[in-house]
Design a protein around this ligand. Sequence first.
Ligand SMILES: Cc1cc2nc3c(=O)[nH]c(=O)nc-3n(C[C@H](O)[C@H](O)[C@H](O)COP(=O)(O)O)c2cc1C
Ligand code: SF4
Ligand code: SF4
Length: 246
Amino acid sequence: MAINLIYFSGTGNTKKVVEFVGKQWGQPIYEIDLSQKDIQSQTFSDDSLCIVGVPSYGGRVPFVAVERLQKLKGNHTPVVLIVTYGNRHYDDTFIELKDTLDQCGFITVGALAVVCEHSIVHEYAKGRPNEEDFQEIQSLVETMKKNLHPIEVPGHRPYKEFHGGLKPKATSECTKCGLCAKLCPVGAIDIHHIESVDEKRCISCMRCVSVCPSQARQCDPKLVEATRIKIQKPCQVYKKSELIGG
Ligand SMILES: Cc1cc2nc3c(=O)[nH]c(=O)nc-3n(C[C@H](O)[C@H](O)[C@H](O)COP(=O)(O)O)c2cc1C
Ligand code: SF4
Ligand code: SF4
């Protein structure tokens, strides 16, 4: 059985988790990176398995991931959902992801929530997923593999509203190397005006911050601090990875 890994990953943790989960099947693996702007239409048969991973943004699926997933078609194709989140909560991310994939012809047969370092407020879940998390994920996947069957997932409709996040800009340390513009998943950085950002396009994924070799792409520190305080209470409660659905 072919395993198709399909993921959106701003700063790399969702990709890392999806690849780790995919390896547990010990089968040939194909990858579709939804952060690429040119996702082609593709159809999957019912004798393959898809593993679809997204980070939770404000308790939702990043909308660009929804748009790009809608180009994929299943034919009663089984799918395992993976949602990574920064130790606050995933809220409606699973239900939105399942609804999107249902409409594309997939059947959700397993789901896993994984805590990863918060990609805006890095002190929350710092360094996760760590070795202990990967052992836990491995054991959860073993359990899930023995009992793949159509499941329901948590969340509410209408989905929680997400009004967008922080928009990183270049500081005076910027060397104009252009890497952030090249790797932005939505083309929000113009190579000729590298210091600014198209705030309407930017989805606040933090990739530009994470890839900048000079640490020159940053969010406004006051807004990061306001976010830190706003989500402090839930983020301080340690959470483990969990299997979702019965
Ligand atoms: C715009 C944005 C919104 C986020 N919203 C949430 C959230 O609602 N709950 C949460 O626990 N973590 C939240 N996070 C943290 C990410 O979900 C988490 O760090 C995720 O693992 C990042 O995955 P990545 O490395 O693949 O980008 C948010 C991060 C960003 C950038
Ligand atoms: S990656 Fe960093 S140094 Fe390079 S252009 Fe972007 S902000 Fe400037
Ligand atoms: S400009 Fe916005 S969308 Fe582009 S990489 Fe940076 S945070 Fe992500």
